[in-house]
Design a protein around this ligand. Sequence first.
Ligand code: 13P
Length: 284
Amino acid sequence: MNLTPMAEILNKANKENYAVGGFNINNLEFLQGIIEAAEESRAPLILQTSEGAMRYIGKDYVVGMVEAATKNASIPVALHLDHGSGFEKAMECIRLGYSSVMIDASHDPFEENIAQSAKVVEAAHSVGVSVEAELGQLGGTEDDVTVDEADATYTRPDEAVEFVARTGVDALAIAIGTAHGVYSGEPELDFERLEEINEKTDIPLVLHGASGVSDDDVRRAVQNGINKVNVNTDFQQAFTDRVKKIFAEDPEIYDPRKYCGPGREAIKERVKEKIEILGSKNKA
Ligand code: 13P
């Protein structure tokens, strides 16, 4: 696959103060909509699959589709495992050809999270693959990962410093008030905490659960050190809303191309808007 290590993409974003989309793919239409939008925006891109999406699509199909999508790509593209559940899953993705993996041991105690993350870093770096890990816990649901709001914990700046030093991760996902999935109220981001973590660490920081966060807050997060912004729900809603509209207008429709095609267009439009907000347009 014609892929770029995620660290290379994010280190440039870190130096030039913008963020790259970590955009989840759920099926072929997502992949096409996202890559077309990134190409037309001349934006670097991180395509990511959750373990749930890998099961849904099938891992060989993921690789085959991404291979086709990136064959003639003129922008840097990373393929990243989102919320990897352990060492074995990360190694499986590396063997499949992913250029980046996330190890999410954020639900484990601090020392255990460090041990698991460092183990993945050692193996991944030996073959040029980048690693993202998470410290602190977001509420909400992302496929297989569900965290009750009451169990969500914000990232502690001093722990972030120690975590980065002891693991050698390339990017750190932090918890500053966002949640995965659809918000029940208005999300409130802890920008002071973000600023402090950004001052104390020097690696790219990752914002998960960016769907439903206002454009202004996403921009402010990027100004304060976020270099990767994960979006999934927003694009799922864009696709589904467009399909619903088509069915409302023509309940007799039966050819999937007549609603999946417009759904793909809706994703593409939304991705282009996100790229503008993240500041990654024309950064390829
Ligand atoms: P949303 O689905 O809330 O956009 O979150 C995506 C995400 O963080 C993937 O890891």
